[in-house]
Design a protein around this ligand. Structure first.
Ligand SMILES: [Zn+2]
Length: 217
């Protein structure tokens, strides 16, 4: 079985983490959250020998979807997003400020709706879709083996903000209990901003989640 390759690109003014997840290099794979700098992302995908199976969006905020349209077009790849957050890609979305923006995927039918329990295959591997609302109503995470790509759900030592439109701290905590703290301690979390971390580390020391961690035991 080819090695699982995970490449991290920090893009845009908010330092969004865009991930390339591949079944070997060269090999098939997905691009998660191309928030900006489409040209760089397309270049790295090309130099890695990625056969892009699709663009995956953890949620609809501009700093995560800003380059979706360009990357999808350049790589002729389908786009996957949850229904509640799909407006960001089809012209009715909100930016991080709540300001209306329109962008991205101009081709009708270019956006595919994903739901919890869906699996997306690449080579001999697959990513499964987890519904993890809280930061936005339609936030999803992607799990591949014990690697969790969680967007703005959990960060190393912090959690995503829930004061933006549609956010809910109660929902975010519920998502963590259901889908993060059910993973083994050595599962790796790849957040939407900042360094990667592990489930065990966040369970033990994340100030926003420490109480939940104790309860989850
Ligand atoms: Zn966000």
């Amino acid at each position: 079985m080819p090695e699982l390759i995970i490449k991290t690109l920090e893009v845009g003014m908010l330092g969004t983490s865009c991930y390339l997840v591949m079944d070997g290099s060269p090999g098939p794979g997905f691009i998660i959250d191309p928030g900006a700098e489409a040209r760089v992302i397309v270049e790295v995908a090309g130099s890695s020998g990625m056969a892009c199976r699709g663009i995956l969006c953890t949620h609809g905020h501009m700093d995560h979807v800003g380059a979706v349209g360009k990357v999808a077009q350049a790589l002729e790849a389908p786009v996957y997003v949850s229904e509640p957050d799909s407006g960001a890609l089809t012209g009715h979305g909100q930016g991080i400020t709540g300001r209306l923006t329109s962008l991205a995927v101009s081709k009708p039918g270019g956006v595919n709706i994903i739901r919890g329990g869906d699996t997306l295959e690449f080579g001999k591997r697959s990513l499964s879709v987890l519904e993890t609302p809280g930061h936005t109503p339609g936030s999803v995470s992607f799990l591949c083996d014990d690697n969790l790509f969680c967007g703005d759900l959990v960060f190393a030592g912090s959690v995503g903000r829930t004061d933006l439109r549609g956010g809910s701290f109660a929902d975010l905590l519920d998502s963590v209990i259901r889908h993060v703290f059910t993973l083994p301690d050595d599962a790796v979390i790849y957040p939407g901003h900042g360094p990667s971390t592990t489930v065990g580390r966040e369970r033990a020391s994340n100030p926003f989640l420490r109480e939940l961690g104790a309860r989850g035991r």
